[in-house]
Every structure is written in structure tokens, then in C-alpha cells.
Design a binder for this molecule. Structure first.
Ligand code: NAP
Length: 303
């Protein structure tokens, strides 16, 4: 059974190239005929690992193709996920499985609403990759992938294929805890790096601001039924700030490059959930307002 990979960007290329080189059948889904022509001109996907570039001439089709899809790796940004799946919905086989690689919380529900009969498997990834050119991706940071299904703890039969492809992974019944923890780390670090225009390590100069955000994020996680994601959050945030001191956060990179951010699924989602649970978290709210003003001033979307 073929893997379909939607989104030949950073993570889509990283996953598709590894699955294909393990001999597994992979088909790319690109947005339209123009992107398909661009892809054909590029001759395939290029993955750069340890300075070595390998070319993977995988078969590709557009959203408008009609072949049925049994297993789809959704590797677009959170704000594109629901519309992409809506476009593919007629092609999903009755027991289709969707692997959702999106960061943050919220896009998973939007996707599930577009494909109510599909099984949605959520993925939390700490691997790092970036696009150096069109269809050329650099594998920049080794990491790990947690997979899980909040509605069904049974692991899928194809997990061994990820092993075979060298994709580090673990099935977990606590995938929501993982996603919420990652969201909290993101909320404590990324917006401040944008507002202070600094690398992650620069936040060591703003310890009080980081500490109060961690306290409010902890309150949020406990208030919304994710207490395990709140444990030792401040320690973990400080550890990440130190361990990634030289890096620019993904949100900082997006803003610097004039790209849309995933704020609505990260800090925006945190503030919306706080409001729904009637939690008063003034510093988190103020951070969100400052961030949205910063984005708007640069002509970037605030959702
Ligand atoms: P990316 O490099 O921007 O790639 C997204 C891809 O999705 C693009 O190639 C885009 O196509 C494609 N796409 C969007 N809508 C589409 C549609 N309707 N049909 C077909 N293709 C479509 O994004 P990314 O960095 O891989 O991030 C994907 C998700 O993974 C995000 O939620 C991100 O936060 C998360 N994540 C990323 C990393 C990382 O290191 N990159 C790590 C952990 C988590 P075009 O090329 O035509 O624009």
C-alpha cells in the first residue's frame, strides 16, 4: 500500500525521502499543475544530510488526481491542513489513515471534521529540517517522533515501516500531553524571541518575563485537563533556552523571512483555551496582543 505525502516542504521531503530509500512506495501530492511542472523540472526531491545531497525522483500527482488514498502523511502548515484534506476528502478510502505532522493544537480537529471517517494519527516531531531551495531540503536536527491516536490506543501495523526507514518513532497513548507540552514550550520561547528580536539564548536576559509566562502556562495546562504537560515546565523551558541558545526559533525565522506564522495554533490557541476555561492569564494575553501587533505592523497575517 502506497504512502501519499502531501506537502513537499521541509518535513514532507524528510519523511518521503527516507520512506522511499527504504524501498517503500511513496507518492507526492502537490497543489497544482504548476507545482507539478516545477517538481518535474527539479528532477525529484533532494535531501541534504551531513553535507551530502541525494536525489529522490518520486512519483508525484496533484490534489486533483483521482487515485484512492489509504495512508496520507499531511506535511503542510497548520493553517493549510484542513483545506488540503477537504480537497482530498473524495479520494480517501473507507479506512484511510492520516498522519498529522502539524505543530500546535487545533488543526487536528479541523482536519478530522473534513474527514470524519478517517483515522487521524497525531505526530509530535522534534526533528528539524529547512528548505534550501525549491524541492531541496536540509536535514538540520536529529530528533524524535511521537505518534498517537487520542481516540484509539491500538498502534497501527505499519509502525515497523518507519523503523525500516530509519525514522525514529514511538507510539504513545499520551500524544495530547506531548502536543500540549510542545505548545507550552513554544509559547514561552518563540513569541519573546520575535519581540526581543533575539536568538533563543537571548531570553536568558529576560528571566522574569520567561518565569511569569511559565507560571501562567502551567495554570493553563492544569486548568484545561493537561496537568502532566505542566510538570517542571519552567525547568524545561530554561533547559531548551540553553541547549538551543545559538538557534533562531521557527517563529523568529518565519517573521524575519516575511512568512506567515502558525500563531493561531500556538499562542492564539493557548489564549483561546484560557478564555474558554475562564482562566485569567494577563501576561499570556498581553504577549499575544503584542505579538499580533508586531505581525500586523509587518503586514503578516494575525491568524
Ligand atoms: P514547509 O516547509 O512550509 O512545507 C509545507 C508544504 O506544504 C509546502 O511544500 C507547501 O507547498 C505544501 N502545501 C501547503 N498546502 C498545500 C496543498 N493544499 N496541497 C499541496 N501542498 C500543499 O513546512 P514544514 O516546515 O515542513 O512544516 C510542516 C508542519 O510541520 C508545520 O506545522 C510545522 O510547524 C511542523 N514542524 C516542522 C518542523 C521543521 O523542522 N520544519 C519541525 C517540527 C514540526 P508549496 O511548496 O507549493 O508552497
Amino acid at each position: 500500500m502506497s504512502w501519499h505525502v502531501l506537502g513537499a516542504g521541509s518535513l514532507g521531503t524528510l519523511w518521503a525521502a527516507r520512506l522511499a530509500r527504504a524501498g517503500l512506495p511513496v507518492t507526492l501530492i502537490l497543489r497544482d499543475e504548476k507545482r507539478l511542472a516545477d517538481y518535474r523540472r527539479a528532477g525529484g526531491l533532494s535531501l541534504v544530510e551531513n553535507g551530502q545531497r541525494t536525489l529522490h525522483p518520486l512519483p508525484a500527482e496533484t490534489l486533483a488526481d483521482t487515485a484512492p488514498i489509504h495512508r496520507l502523511l499531511l506535511a503542510c502548515k497548520a493553517y493549510d491542513a484542513a483545506s488540503a484534506v477537504a480537497a482530498l476528502a473524495p479520494r480517501l478510502a473507507p479506512k484511510a489513515e492520516l498522519l498529522l505532522l502539524q505543530n500546535g493544537i487545533g488543526s487536528q480537529e479541523e482536519v478530522a471534521a473534513q474527514a470524519p471517517h478517517a483515522r487521524c494519527i497525531l505526530v509530535s516531531s522534534t526533528e528539524g529540517a529547512f528548505r534550501r531551495a525549491d524541492f531541496e531540503v536540509v536535514f538540520a536536527g536529529h530528533g524524535f517522533n511521537w505518534l498517537g491516536d487520542p481516540l484509539d490506543p491500538t498502534p497501527p501495523g505499519w509502525l515497523a515501516q518507519l523503523e525500516q526507514a530509519g525514522i525514529p518513532r514511538q507510539w504513545t497513548p499520551d500524544i495530547l500531553t506531548r502536543l500540549w507540552r510542545k505548545l507550552a514550550l513554544n509559547c514561552a520561547i518563540n513569541p519573546l524571541t520575535v519581540l526581543h528580536d533575539c536568538r533563543n539564548g537571548g531570553l536568558a536576559e529576560h528571566p522574569a518575563e520567561v518565569a511569569i509566562l511559565c507560571a501562567e502556562l502551567g495554570e493553563l495546562l492544569e486548568g484545561c485537563g493537561q496537568p502532566a504537560a505542566a510538570e517542571h515546565l519552567h525547568d524545561d523551558v530554561q533547559r531548551v533556552i540553553q541547549a538551543t541558545a545559538a538557534n533562531h526559533s521557527s517563529m523568529h525565522q518565519d517573521v524575519a523571512a516575511g512568512r506567515r506564522t502558525e500563531v493561531a495554533y500556538l499562542l492564539g490557541r493557548a489564549c483561546a483555551v484560557a478564555e474558554r476555561h475562564a482562566l485569567d492569564l494577563p501576561h499570556l494575553r498581553a504577549l499575544h496582543q503584542r505579538l499580533l501587533a508586531h505581525l500586523a505592523a509587518r503586514g503578516l497575517p494575525v491568524h
